[in-house]
Design a binder for this molecule. Sequence first.
Ligand code: 5GP
Ligand code: ZN
Length: 104
Amino acid sequence: MDDCLFCKIIAKEIPSDIVYEGSQAVGFKDINPKAKHHILIVPRRHIESILTMVEDDQQLMGHLIWDAKKIAEELGLEGYQLKFHVGRRGGQEIDHVHLHLLSA
Ligand code: 5GP
Ligand code: ZN
């Protein structure tokens, strides 16, 4: 997607603090962290939201959780939160699906 902020971050057209680069997803630090550790795990393929997710997206969405687990292990976290904001009324501001990894 040409005008998607997270697509541009993944393509490195916009700078970010990337902590993880996997085959299917990228992890980078949230610009406005709500916890000591706040990483966004974002699929390389543009999926807008869980609202518009289709059955074929299941595997990729599951992969995000796996990548989050790998990042958390890398950071030595013993406990953390994983969150999806779904739709504007669910707090979603960026229309490229992303998993929030939050930890003290
Ligand atoms: P949402 O509310 O859509 O689930 O979360 C979007 C997140 O993206 C927010 O926590 C916000 O701080 C973060 N964010 C917005 N713009 C940028 C940016 O340009 N770079 C980075 N690294 N994070 C961003
Ligand atoms: Zn995108």
